[in-house]
Design a protein around this ligand. Structure first.
Ligand code: FES
Length: 117
C-alpha cells in the first residue's frame, strides 16, 4: 500500500526545472507542466544518473514540411550523463527502448503537494 508524503508547496515549483527532495530512501523530483505537478524518481533507468539534474526541453519533431520543430506540449527530460530523452508525462524513452522513468502519483491539497510512494 502506498503512503502519502508531504513534498512541499506549489509555490516552490518551477516550470522547466525539478525541485528535488528525499522521501524515505528515494530522491524524487517534482516539476510543473501545464499547471500540474509531475513527480519522477531522480534516477535514470539507463545507468542511474541523477535524472532530475537534466534539462526539461521541448521534444523535437518532424513537421509536415519535413523541417525540424519543437513539440512544446510534450516536453522531455534529457539525461545529464548520456543525453537520452524521456517523455516528461509518460516516462517513455524517445529512442526505442523498454526503459522508462519511474513516476509517482501526486495529490495537491490547499497548495500542498503530496507524493504517493
Ligand atoms: S544514465 Fe541516463 S542515459 Fe545513461
Amino acid at each position: 500500500m502506498k503512503e502519502r508524503h508531504f513534498f512541499g508547496t506549489l509555490e516552490e515549483l518551477e516550470v522547466g526545472r525539478f525541485c528535488i527532495r528525499e522521501i524515505g530512501k528515494r530522491s524524487i523530483g517534482v516539476t510543473l507542466h501545464q499547471g500540474q505537478p509531475i513527480a519522477i524518481l531522480n534516477y535514470c533507468p539507463h545507468a542511474g544518473s541523477p535524472m532530475c539534474r537534466g534539462p526539461i526541453v521541448p521534444k523535437l519533431q518532424i513537421n509536415k514540411d519535413n523541417t525540424l520543430g519543437h513539440d512544446e506540449e510534450n516536453p522531455v527530460v534529457r539525461c545529464p550523463w548520456h543525453g537520452w530523452e524521456f517523455d516528461l508525462k509518460t516516462g517513455i524513452a524517445v529512442i526505442p527502448s523498454r526503459l522508462k522513468l519511474a513516476h509517482f502519483a501526486v495529490e495537491v491539497e490547499n497548495n500542498q503537494i503530496y507524493i504517493l510512494v
